[in-house]
Design a protein around this ligand. Structure first.
Ligand SMILES: CC(C)(COP(=O)(O)OP(=O)(O)OC[C@H]1O[C@@H](n2cnc3c(N)ncnc32)[C@H](O)[C@@H]1OP(=O)(O)O)[C@@H](O)C(=O)NCCC(=O)NCCS
Length: 160
C-alpha cells in the first residue's frame, strides 16, 4: 500500500539484459533457503526472453518465466517475489501474464513444480501425479540436484 487506501500498482515487463543480476539475486535468495532450485547466471541469460520482471526502488522485486516443453505443455518457472513485496498480488499478476502468453501461442496446459500448492490452486491449478507429466519434463529433472529426493508437488491447469 502507498500510505492511502489505494494499492500501489506495479508494471510487469519482459526482462532485459540489465535485469539478469537482479533476477539472479532474487532467485538465489530463495535457492539459498531450499525453496527454489539454484539457477546459474548463464542459464538466466540463455532463457532471458522467457522472463518477465517487476521492478521497484531500483531493483527487481519479482520475476517468473514460461518454459515450453511440448506442443501442449508449458511450465511456470522461477516464480519469485521479494519478501518485502509479498501478498500484494504480484505473484498472481506474473502467473496471469504467463498464462496469457501461453494461451497466445497455443499451449493448452500449464504446470508448475512447487511447495506453494495453495497459491496455485487459487489460480485454478490442480495437483497431479508427477507421472502424469511427459517424459520431456523428466528429462529436465535428471539434471536437477533434487532428482533422487524430489519433494515438490506438481500442479497443472488446462487452458482451454
Ligand atoms: C509464492 C509467491 C510467488 C506468491 O507471491 P505473492 O506476490 O506474495 O502472492 P500474491 O500476493 O499474488 O498472493 C495471491 C494469493 O496467494 C496467497 N499466497 C501467497 N503466498 C502464498 C504461499 N506461500 N502459500 C500459500 N498461499 C499463498 C495469498 O494469500 C493470496 O491469496 P488471496 O487472493 O486469497 O488473498 C511468493 O510467496 C514467493 O516468491 N515465494 C517464494 C518462492 C516460491 O515459492 N515460488 C514458487 C515456485 S513455483
Amino acid at each position: 500500500m502507498n500510505g492511502t487506501t489505494q494499492p500501489v500498482r506495479y508494471r510487469i515487463r519482459p526482462a532485459r539484459l540489465d535485469d539478469v543480476g537482479g533476477i539472479f539475486r532474487l532467485l538465489q535468495f530463495y535457492s539459498d533457503r531450499g525453496i527454489l532450485l539454484p539457477r546459474p547466471e548463464s542459464d538466466i541469460y540463455h532463457s532471458l526472453r522467457d522472463f518477465y520482471v517487476i521492478h521497484a526502488q531500483d531493483r527487481i522485486i519479482a520475476c517468473a518465466a514460461l518454459l515450453i516443453y511440448t506442443k501442449e505443455l508449458g511450465e511456470v518457472r522461477s516464480l519469485a517475489v521479494d519478501p518485502e513485496y509479498q501478498n500484494l498480488g504480484l505473484g498472481y499478476q506474473l502467473v496471469n501474464q504467463l498464462e496469457e502468453d501461453a494461451r497466445g501461442i497455443g499451449l493448452t496446459k500449464l504446470m508448475a513444480l512447487t511447495y506453494v500448492v495453495d497459491f496455485f490452486e487459487k489460480l485454478g491449478f490442480r495437483v497431479v501425479e508427477m507421472n502424469q507429466l511427459p517424459e520431456k519434463v523428466w528429462g529436465a529433472c535428471i539434471n536437477c540436484p533434487k532428482f533422487q529426493r524430489c519433494d515438490e508437488i506438481a500442479v497443472l491447469k488446462y487452458l482451454i
